[in-house]
Write a protein of this length. Structure first.
Length: 425
């Protein structure tokens, strides 16, 4: 009897197999959904930069003229973004328009017709073409001093119409979200990991809804990418995935902005190269970085002060990376002052010797595949640039780790590389 029971327990339970299969199917479904959202986002980005004003402003009316005059230039990009946001938010006007407040000129605000919008939210799941967004009917833009939209004098229900319009007061921006993440990290919240992940997701969602139109002026895209890569520590795989999506978004926006300004005589070569350097310093890689480099290569000739750019920089522009571009490393060094410096509290909590590290309950040095290999330790690694260079150039059969103080005391971390070398990324 005991033997039969023991034999039976050696086989996996059928219900457990079903649960594992369902979880695997759900995980694959989520991955496909995420990939689809990324494709929609980048396709919408490219479409916005390629579309002409006549393709966006297809309605000729007084309300349309007033709306275009209330939007920042290029106005057809702003109008395209508003309609994109409404579609992606399933026509939740309050949510969508709160992500688009930066598109308005000073002293202007969005309003939307609550009665019509309620009817439209009931049509979720219908095709985009079945809902014809009409500026001036579904939403409008007014000056802040006014509280009602322009209404046709022939309408007999003017008083009812005034009550049906609502002002969008909430404003969501990339800068506000990044500031929230910085405050969260500096306050050392106990629920930091969960909340930080939520804020990173919120940032990517905002970039997706607004198409990054609030970070594309000048070198703003590259500035935000570099700031985000330096200030926000990544602690798990989920945060790493979200950060890669955010960096891809910043890089793609930078490439499209360089292309958009290519025909402007006022473009400056120093600004173009600064964007390239900061994007590289932020650690952006992949096909969108190649688009940035190709766009810069095409845009530099004819730009202001191009004659001061050395021939060597221009000829090797397409081959730039973090290690070949010394100016990108210089941007990292310039931004390094924002890092936590060693204070008296750090010194009090610091480990005095390697013996203290070896005596720790959770010894980080024992996590290597082969702890007996020679060890290289970068103490006070800062941004980790030197450490990554050491790991890349290290001979096979060496362990490389780093020690750097965080918060109120010294903490040790390490990374692993495939070939018996250990590298922190």
């Amino acid at each position: 009897m005991f033997e039969a029971a023991k034999h039976k327990s050696s086989f996996p339970d059928h219900s457990e197999c079903e649960n594992d299969f369902q979880q695997q199917q759900e995980h694959q479904h989520q991955q496909h959904q995420q990939q689809h959202r990324e494709e929609v986002f980048h396709e919408a980005l490219s479409d916005m930069y390629q579309i002409t004003p006549w393709e966006v402003t297809t309605i000729e009316s007084y309300e349309m003229d007033c709306i275009l005059k209330s939007l920042k230039t290029p106005a057809h990009h702003a109008l395209y973004t508003i309609h994109h946001a409404l579609r992606q938010c399933d026509y939740d006007f309050e949510l969508a328009l709160s992500h688009c407040q930066h598109l308005l000129k000073v002293n202007h605000c969005f309003i939307y017709n609550t009665s019509i919008c309620i009817d439209m939210t009931a049509t979720k799941g219908t095709s985009e073409k079945s809902i014809d967004l009409q500026p001036g009917v579904h939403y409008n833009i007014i000056q802040r001093q006014k509280h009602v939209p322009p209404i046709n004098n022939n309408n007999n229900n003017m008083n009812n119409m005034k009550n049906e319009w609502k002002i969008v007061k909430k404003s969501i921006s990339t800068k506000k979200i990044i500031n929230s993440i910085q405050n969260l990290i500096s306050n050392n919240n106990q629920q930091k990991t969960e909340t930080k992940t939520h804020l990173l997701q919120k940032l990517y969602f905002h970039l997706w809804i607004s198409l990054g139109t609030d970070v594309r002026d000048g070198t703003s895209t590259a500035d935000h990418a570099l700031l985000l890569s330096i200030l926000i520590p990544i602690t798990n795989q989920n945060e790493c995935q979200i950060m890669n999506q955010i960096m891809d978004a910043f890089t793609h926006i930078a490439a499209l902005e360089i292309q958009r300004r290519q025909t402007k005589p006022s473009r400056r070569s120093t600004e173009i190269l600064t964007m390239v350097e900061k994007i590289i310093a932020a650690g952006c890689t992949g096909p969108y970085l190649n688009k940035v480099l190709h766009a810069a290569k095409e845009s530099l000739p004819g730009s202001q002060y191009f004659e001061y750019i050395s021939k060597d920089i221009f000829d090797n522009l397409l081959d730039l990376n973090l290690w070949s571009c010394h100016r990108s490393l210089l941007w990292l060094w310039r931004k390094g002052h924002v890092f936590h410096k060693v204070s008296k509290i750090d010194r009090d909590f610091a480990l005095s010797s390697v013996d203290d590290i070896l005596a720790m309950d959770n010894n980080p040095l024992l996590k290597f595949d082969d702890p007996s290999l020679p060890l290289v330790v970068d103490v006070g690694c800062g941004l980790g640039v030197t450490l990554i260079g050491l790991a890349a150039a290290a001979e096979e059969g060496k362990n490389v780790t780093f020690l750097h103080p965080k918060g109120g005391g010294g903490e040790e971390e390490e990374g692993n590389e495939d070939e018996n070398e250990n590298e922190v990324e």
